[in-house]
Design a protein around this ligand. Structure first.
Ligand code: GLN
Length: 250
């Protein structure tokens, strides 16, 4: 039996659009294929929080979904802040990326406070930014995904973006060519897609960070040759999907 890794899917009922739950499936499958045993938890409003969480995944949601979870989200803010400060790897897409920032002012003028893990704020605009997107990231190479948001996010001075986009009018805010944010082991990004099936480098960063924090090192001694071969096959599928998405900007 492989070593367990506890993965938390955050608010999957209300914060999961454009296939973001594919990120959870990808982490589960890759953990298995590396010879680990994923235990997937789901946290929705009012749920209990498990004793141990090694990796947290959160998806996007419409403004209405964000308003729905916000009160409960604040009850978990201190916990999430201390896990982030402690180095727990997290991936927050779109709607939850915005709420991991300092605030989100929606297009109708409602201000939703965020939990401030990421030094950024978001302002809703009438124009949506939509389409396949390639961004360049030092750590992960080209990151490929699909953005669809009306919120424009501005990073505070000194906050590292996840990457940079070449095109005008895309990414965090359509103005400064940044996309996403990186704080400690927390990644915030507008990239749906789902993101992780097409970006094994980010999946493996989340996995190796979670495993190393829990077990001291990342080793694949429990991996079978069949599992190693399947992982290779998945990476080839990802490479193909990346090529297709990169060739279709909209
Ligand atoms: N409601 C937010 C926006 O449109 C987030 C959308 C999303 O998660 N795709 O900016």
């Amino acid at each position: 039996m492989g070593k367990t890794i506890d993965v938390m899917s955050l608010y999957p009922k209300d914060m999961n659009i454009y296939g973001d739950s594919g990120n959870v499936l990808t982490i589960r499958r890759r953990l298995e294929l590396y010879g680990y045993e994923p235990r997937i938890h789901q946290y929705n409003q009012g749920d209990a929080w498990p004793d141990r969480v090694d990796l947290i995944l959160g998806g996007g949601g419409q403004d209405t979904g964000q308003k729905k979870i916000i009160d409960d989200f604040f009850k978990r803010a201190d916990l999430l802040r201390s896990l982030a400060a402690d180095g727990t790897p997290m991936l927050m897409i779109c709607g939850l990326y915005q709420l991991f920032g300092e605030y989100f002012e929606t297009v109708d003028g409602t201000r939703l406070d965020g939990i401030g893990i990421i030094g950024a704020h978001t302002v809703g605009r009438d124009v949506r930014m939509i389409g396949n997107l390639v961004e360049h990231s030092e750590q992960f190479g080209d990151v490929i995904g699909y953005e669809n948001h009306s919120g424009q996010t501005f990073l505070n001075e000194g906050v590292r973006p996840l990457g940079h986009v070449d095109q005008e009018g895309r990414g965090n805010n359509g103005e400064d060519h940044t996309e996403g944010a990186r704080v400690n082991n927390v990644i915030g990004t507008y990239m749906h897609g789902s993101l992780l099936p097409k970006n094994p480098a980010i999946s493996d960063f989340l996995i190796t960070t979670a495993v190393t924090r829990r077990y001291g090192s990342f080793d694949t001694s429990d991996q079978t040759p069949e599992q190693a071969a399947e992982l290779k096959r998945l990476d080839a599928v990802a490479a193909n999907a990346r090529k297709t998405a990169a060739a279709r900007p909209r």
